[in-house]
Design a protein. Structure first.
Length: 224
């Protein structure tokens, strides 16, 4: 697909989604650290369960780097139980905290000052943090201009013949990074709109008849 066409297609998708859904105000969180913890908890569960786990931490006044770092694995796992896979997620959070204190002394501001390529490399080196979680932390918590790709993104692009089913995370991310303005607010809003689309319409059993993208079709030859 020619680059000018890629840009046109992605812009049309964004405009239609924004017109249909409006501003999403995503990612919810009162602090960058809360957003980081939420990004780690949301793996393999829905947001309502994450909210319950976050609420448990807040009720105990534990949602700070220092307090969570000092918390035992058993206590942390018990508090985040609503988010599922709680023993595994507690370990992953603790892995992140070890890195966070070792590298940045538990200071978000210091972390934000690091360049994006280095941050991404560091986050991916933490056991339990994959590309989607790392990029969610970079974009939503640290304000870095990086596009987050998830299952919703791959599903809707595949159904519109923009990508094929063999496209991997980095193929899809590159499509957006190279053809959408390098603006963190735009990346933020675009990803949030795709999540809304995936939850409400572009589901495993799609609701195409009422979707705002229902008349937007592109031939297979236009795949990236």
């Amino acid at each position: 697909m020619p680059r000018v066409l890629k840009r046109k297609v992605l812009r049309e998708f964004y405009n239609r989604l924004f017109q249909a859904f409006g501003k999403q105000n995503w990612w919810p969180g009162e602090s960058a650290f809360e957003i980081i913890i939420g990004a780690m908890l949301t793996q393999n569960t829905n947001w309502s369960n994450v909210e319950k786990a976050i609420c448990n931490l807040k009720k105990q006044n534990l949602l700070t780097p220092q307090k969570l770092h000092a918390l035992s694995h058993a206590c942390l796992a018990k508090l985040i139980k609503p988010a599922g896979y709680f023993n595994l997620k507690a370990k992953r959070i603790q892995n992140f905290l070890v890195y966070f204190f070792k590298t940045y002394n538990g200071n978000i501001s210091s972390m934000k000052r690091q360049r994006i390529s280095r941050l991404r490399e560091e986050l991916l080196s933490v056991n339990g943090i994959g590309p989607e979680t790392a990029d969610s932390i970079l974009l939503y918590a640290l304000g870095k201009p990086v596009f987050v790709v998830d299952a919703y993104t791959k599903r809707f692009l595949s159904r519109h013949a923009i990508i094929d089913e063999n496209s991997d995370y980095y193929d899809i991310q590159r499509l957006f990074m190279e053809n959408v303005s390098n603006d963190r607010q735009l990346f933020n809003e675009y990803h949030a709109l795709i999540v809304r689309l995936g939850k409400d319409y572009c589901r495993p059993k799609p609701r195409c008849e009422s979707c705002s993208l229902r008349n937007t079709h592109f031939p297979n030859k236009m795949k990236v």
